[in-house]
Ligand binder design. Sequence first.
Ligand SMILES: O=c1ccn([C@@H]2O[C@H](COP(=O)(O)OP(=O)(O)O[C@H]3O[C@H](CO)[C@@H](O)[C@H](O)[C@H]3O)[C@@H](O)[C@H]2O)c(=O)[nH]1
Length: 473
Amino acid sequence: MMQVIRVDSEDRNLEMGSSRPHALVMPFPAQGHVTPFVKIANLLAQRSIKITFLNTEAIQQRITTASPENCNNQDHIDLVTMPDGLGPPENARTSFGELVDSFAQTAPKYLEELILKINGSEGEKITWLIVDENMGWAVKVAKKLGIRQAVLWPCSAALRTLFVHIPQLIETGVIDAHGTPKEQKLVQISPTMPAINTDHFGWNCIGDLKEQQTVFHYMYSNHQIVKDADWLLCNSFDELEPTEFLLNPYVLPVGPLLSDSHPNGLAGNLWKEDSTCLEWLDQQPASSVIYVAFGSVAMFDERQFHELALGLELSNRPFLWVVRPDFVEGQVAYPDEGFQARVAARGRMVGWAPQQKVLAHPSIACFISHCGWNSTIEGLSSGVPFLCWPYFADQFLNQSYISDIWKIGLYLNADNEGIISRGEIINKIEELLTDKKVRDRVLRLKKMAKESASEGGSSMKNLNAFIDAMLQT
Ligand SMILES: O=c1ccn([C@@H]2O[C@H](COP(=O)(O)OP(=O)(O)O[C@H]3O[C@H](CO)[C@@H](O)[C@H](O)[C@H]3O)[C@@H](O)[C@H]2O)c(=O)[nH]1
């Protein structure tokens, strides 16, 4: 017998019968992808949509180790795992190329088996797949099984525009059929976008040539598959990238996807969060602290690490610096034995911070960032100006938007030896923090981000349309 689902027109919450939309949510197995998927899963679960969240075994093991207390108490959310084809979760996973290679070969079978198993059991049947664009192959599996598909692009619309233009880049000889640039030059993809250095195409700053080609083919084939998905969502907002969304007309912005403080929210950190830094921030003057964090992948060599440490020391300002245990090639060793004691009164180093809460704290003055897309969107949504220190992938493109288009941050320039010196760091901190126009612009973006994600705002309207579509299925 058909179940009646009542939808409240105001908040789209369901009054439950025994049937409701059930979405399998599946991020690419990396921190910067798990984060926005956890956010959208929590958001949908709060609207009473049943969620089954699928991580690889290796990722889930890390999340459970990092926050065991927060892994099994979610309303409306079940956790499931599948292998990534690279052996036991304990094995090191250092090659992106190996991961995507293994995925392309083994994961469709695992996914199909998993969905058939869930849908063959007593519980609610999976009716939707919400998947990362970097897992486009899953769309094929869902289509085969008659499940509706929504693809979430966890980066900027600008980066997606680059993918849309790959056929033209091949045709005009900028890259070969394997994504390798024929020469290093600046390319103007569209008149409304900043020129992109071919060295910074995203897939070609990862590993050696073979790995770059594997990554290119994996990403581009996913990009082509997802064109046929039912919904394409993006963690950005219309007012932030208006012309880029015109170039991606089928993509609906639903960002900024931010975590809230829902007590039963799903956890997604791969490192244990040190939230004691929030109490430390409470003791700092307003707009005084330099927050320094480089996401989950970037690594420094010892010399660059020391230069950053000394730059922070010599800035004479309070700072909160995320030094992941694997942040330095080799071992984390500060410039000299006295460093930690000298900065103890005004500097705090943590292994992993509650970044979104940190950025929203009134004591934060600026963000020295690698410009990963999540950090970019979290920083601007909190009204925090940037010093840009990109490492790889889309981060160079994000840097140009931050510095040249939105003008809410500054470049940090490397010297002749490729090092960002302590002098450069100190000078740019001073320049950034004394520029009132930058501060005004980022506060304007903060307001726009908030409005967009609030009821009646552009992203919220898109999200509501998506939720309505789920409810009508
Ligand atoms: O101490 C920390 C440091 C980071 N984060 C969070 O971790 C996420 C990091 O994401 P992001 O800023 O995007 O950086 P990466 O982890 O490096 O993300 C990868 O994935 C992104 C999305 O595809 C890309 O934009 C990046 O270039 C790529 O490196 C963010 O949500 C942060 O809030 C914390 O919670 N605590």
